[in-house]
Design a protein. Sequence first.
Length: 144
Amino acid sequence: MFFRRQRVKELTYEERLDAIRRAGFTVEVLSGSRRVRVSRDGCAAILELPDGTVRVVEPAGIIMSGEIGALVDGGYQKFFQAPSGKRRPALASDLRALHDFQEDLKEALGLESLYNESLGTVSTFYQYDRVKDRDQGVPKRPWE
C-alpha cells in the first residue's frame, strides 16, 4: 500500500564478472586476487572487486605493448603514456573507443554514469607545458 523504494540487490563477485562477460568484455583474473583486467577493442582497465563492490585500480586506457596507456592532456595535444614511459599521440578513433569502453563498462557494472563524463573522454593526467613541476608539490622558490 505504501510506496517503497526497491532495495538495490548487491551483486557478488561472480555475478559481476558474469555481467561484464555478457557485455562483451574479456575478463582476466590477476594473480589469484580479486583484481581483474577487463579489456575490449584495444582498451583495458584494472578493477578490484573485494566484496562485490567495484574499485578502479588502474583507470581505463589504450593497450600499448601489453601495458595500459593512460590518457594525458599536454595542453597542446592529448596522448597516451604507458607506465614504462612510452608515448603515443591520441587519435580521434582511440578517444571514441576509450569513451565507449568506459561507458559500456559502467553500464555492465551497474555504476552511475556522470553527466560531464558522458559528454566526452576525460583525461587521467593534465600536464601543461607552461606549468613546470605542478604535480610535484610545492615548487622550489627562487630565493631558496
